[in-house]
Ligand binder design. Sequence first.
Ligand code: URA
Ligand code: SF4
Length: 184
Amino acid sequence: MYTYEELKAFVENCSRCPLARTRKKAVMGKGNMDSGILFIAEAPGANEDRDGVPFTGPSGRVLDELLEGIGLTRGDIYLTNIVKCHPQGNRDPRPEEQEACIAYLKYETFLIKPKIIVCLGRIAAQRILAPDYRITREHGKFLYRKETWMTAVYHPSAILRDPSKMAEAKEDFEKIRQKYQETA
Ligand code: URA
Ligand code: SF4
């Protein structure tokens, strides 16, 4: 058994995959360990690589807006990524990098014991929910697995690229709010 602080130190000193060579800072997840709601995105971007904290850039502001819309803040959720180090040029993390890093996410999940898991975007949804998950078709639907409610929503950066996705994202967050109240 490791404590949260030990896990964080492992991540911050990790060199289990080649992303260690190009990162500035590994980005451990952050937030409320007791809220019962875990958000999982794909990988730190350039801002997060500099700051060592998830979602400190423009996509973080979109996430904050969506959370605020359902009466939550960052302090009410726990937020992390599939891989903890920034892939150069924001390319998708490779399967072998995800595989190398997934143990950290599993341990975060073990410590948090979430009632709800929300995948932010396709990469997280395909790693957590199903390898062939189609985010455009399936976003906002809940499934119940391993005693946990799970869903996926559009990635905040996808909303930045295509603001017309915001309305659907708000509807999905409304479903998350309902589930959060039901499981409270
Ligand atoms: N995008 C992600 O997927 N994760 C972050 O932490 C920031 C941006
Ligand atoms: Fe380690 Fe994960 Fe960073 Fe790879 S991405 S070096 S496995 S913390």
